[in-house]
Unconditional design. Structure first.
Length: 317
């Protein structure tokens, strides 16, 4: 499968994103290197978890993880919109012998497709819609666990190597593409720390980038907003934290990320003795972790609405 993807799919994904998405633009890199990087980040998330029994993936689950990562974003070849739901068809076309095994094909497709998108009634709980545990022959498999690793690995795989430095420096990017390119370019470091159960995210910002607002792609109603880069950064960090909390629900304790450790440096370029130098103007750091009394869903009460004192007192048992 991988050789077919490298030959026929990965080289054309960025072109498909740019030309076939409902909001065309110059997206960050989603080519073959991105898939390799997500594999690397998944390895960092499960690093050192194989030491204790039942604390990590089983061998067949590791195989499913690698297969799902290899197709999770491949649907972008036909445009950004609905790309997650095309993983099954990508395996069908380029998966070789995998697609001959209906159970394995469906498992890989379901796990990959749960990395994004929505299900019924705009519900984003795509991992929760998967079965918690099932069997493939004599092997027990946990699709939700594998899908959570795929999803969080993809989420944290964002850094400067995915940005087009040339087009940023030449100021030749389409206006609606600048925010996500500048965001990626500003990430100097992004690494899970398994020993501390944290994810470290380090930014370096040229303060000259904070002057202008940039348009975002139009919404479904045709409305278009403009945002400053730093405001967009905070929104993306908030989304990252939501994904951390969400994926933790399905991960084994040894794989969970308890907090985000964010550091930011703000610099400007000045001329010193005829040469340009970067000088740090300010810096910020913060840690985002779970705190306070949790807010939990209450809809479970609907399922037991007839199990109450009044009904039970008058019930003929």
């Amino acid at each position: 499968m991988l050789s077919s993807l490298r030959l026929h799919v990965y080289p054309n994904i960025n072109a498909g994103l740019s030309c076939l998405s409902k909001s065309p633009g110059f997206y960050t890199d989603h080519g073959g290197r991105h898939f390799d990087e997500v594999v690397r980040y998944a390895g960092l998330l499960i690093d050192n978890t194989f030491i204790q029994p039942d604390s990590s993936l089983r061998p067949y689950e590791l195989y499913l993880l690698l297969c799902a990562i290899r197709v999770h974003d491949a649907g972008n070849i036909d445009g950004r919109d609905g790309h997650a739901q095309r993983a099954f068809s990508i395996v069908q076309e380029y998966g070789g012998d995998i697609q001959k095994d209906a159970t394995e094909h469906r498992l890989i497709g379901d796990i990959a497709q749960a990395h994004g998108g929505i299900i019924n009634d705009n519900d984003k709980d795509t991992i929760g819609a998967l079965i918690g545990e099932t069997e493939v022959g004599p092997v027990a498999v946990r699709p939700q666990l594998v899908a959570a690793i795929v999803r969080f690995s993809d989420e944290i795989c964002e850094h400067s190597s995915r940005a087009s430095t040339h087009h940023i420096n030449q100021n030749s990017l389409p206006a609606e593409s600048k925010l996500f390119q500048l965001y990626a370019k500003s990430i100097a470091g992004a690494k899970p720390d398994r020993n501390n159960k944290s994810f470290k995210l380090r930014f370096g910002f040229d303060v000259a980038l904070f002057v202008d607002k940039h348009p975002v792609p139009k919404d479904e109603a045709g409305n278009q907003k403009q945002k400053y880069l730093i405001d967009d950064v905070w929104e993306r960090i908030d989304k990252l934290n939501h994904e951390r909390v969400y994926c933790n629900r399905f991960l084994l304790p040894q794989m969970q990320t308890d907090r985000l450790e964010i550091t930011m440096e703000f610099f400007k370029t000045i001329s010193v003795a005829g040469t340009n130098q970067q000088v740090v103007c300010d810096s910020h750091s913060l840690t985002i972790r779970d705190k306070g009394y949790p807010s939990v869903p209450q809809d479970w009460k609907n399922e037991v609405s007839d199990v109450n004192g009044k009904d039970f007192a008058g019930r003929a048992w």
